[in-house]
Ligand binder design. Structure first.
Ligand code: LMR
Length: 337
């Protein structure tokens, strides 16, 4: 009897030990959800991060990347992050308004950045950090800023002047700044999830949209848009964000390796973005399905003249101090226009 009890105790102990060993070998899973194709700047950088995370943690972390809205669409993905159903996202900076962090929409202000160098001065400076700090009370940590690029307008009619957008239903991301930008042009803005845009363009629910070329091409939007105008009128980039509780609960050595993986992924993302967009534009041209127009300096200036008033109009939305901090970092002077 005694022996039987002893053996039963021993086998229960061994089972517990075995289950603990399996547990110790289980990798920590990070679900990284995003809405664009895998072969875009964001898609490639997410995959790069996943590979680096596995390498630098010696397999202790497994990053599962879910591209193309396969897990969640725009709005749901941020809610899912807060609930802990996913651990990492990289939404565009235009999509933080519904969360109540409206200041990020300052990045949407038309013509506020002359190029990525201007942009970098903001994201690498105090404002970049202050904006991330605003996410913390929402249970979110900002880890990095990743580029996509500057946007073009597309539609089924040629767009040469601001007046050409008049009356067009234009799909936009969920940003009040973008809403105001479209209204300023006389267009009718329609907020819509990225994953629904192709179909809305195809069926005529909307007439046109704006996006960097990598998004236009990989979603095949050029197949249902006859004209693309390379206005470079506004920037589209991303904030890589994580669930704060999850991130802070990671073993410190694992977190340190992931921070290094993120630093490398960020360098990679920001190196490839321009090239990816240039290649996408070439592919769009080659497809022969859409006519690409590059405005003259004067034509572009006409768009700038109409749209720069959006900065003032959006002071109450994104904060006068936010706009001034950007002007200060980049040297932008609205009086000089
Ligand atoms: C869009 O909705 O147009 C973009 O934010 C998609 C993306 O993530 O680049």
């Amino acid at each position: 009897m005694k022996l039987r009890v002893l053996l039963a105790g021993l086998s229960a102990g061994l089972a517990l030990l075995a289950s603990q060993m399996v547990w110790a070998q289980q990798p920590i899973v990070i679900k990284f959800s995003h809405v664009v194709a895998a072969n875009t700047p964001k898609g490639k950088a997410a995959d790069f991060f996943a590979a680096k995370a596995a390498e630098l943690t010696g397999g202790r972390v497994k990053v599962e990347v879910y591209p193309n809205s396969t897990l969640y669409k725009d709005k749901e993905e941020i809610e899912a992050l807060q609930l802990g159903s996913v651990q990492m996202l990289a939404p565009s900076l235009s999509k933080f308004g519904p969360l109540g962090v409206k200041e990020f929409e300052a990045f949407d202000l038309p013509f506020i950045f002359d190029g990525v160098d201007d942009l970098r001065k903001v994201t690498n400076g105090p404002l970049g950090k202050q904006l991330f700090d605003k996410l913390q009370p929402k249970g979110i940590l900002g880890l990095a800023y990743w580029d996509n690029g500057f946007k073009s307008f597309s539609a089924n009619k040629p767009i040469r002047t601001p007046a050409d957008l008049k009356g067009l239903k234009m799909r936009i991301q969920s940003s009040d700044v973008l809403k105001t930008q479209m209204r300023e042009l006389g267009a009718l803005p329609q907020v819509m999830a990225f994953g629904e845009t192709y179909q809305a363009l195809q069926t005529g629910v909307v007439d046109g949209t704006e996006n960097p070329h990598s998004n236009l091409y990989t979603q095949k939007m050029h197949e249902v848009q006859k004209y693309v105008t390379v206005t470079d009128h506004g920037y589209l980039g991303y904030a890589v964000i994580v669930n704060k509780k999850f991130w802070e609960g990671l073993p410190p050595d694992v977190r340190k390796s992931l921070e290094e993986a993120m630093a490398q992924a960020t360098r990679y993302a920001n190196q490839i973005a321009q090239v990816e967009n240039d290649n996408a534009l070439e592919a769009v041209k080659k497809s022969g399905k859409t006519t690409v127009y590059v405005p003259t300096k004067e034509e572009r200036a006409a768009f700038k003249k109409v749209l720069v008033g959006v900065h003032k109009k959006m002071e109450a939305r994104v904060g006068k101090e936010t706009i001034e901090a950007i002007y200060k970092a980049t040297g932008f002077d609205p009086a000089k226009l």
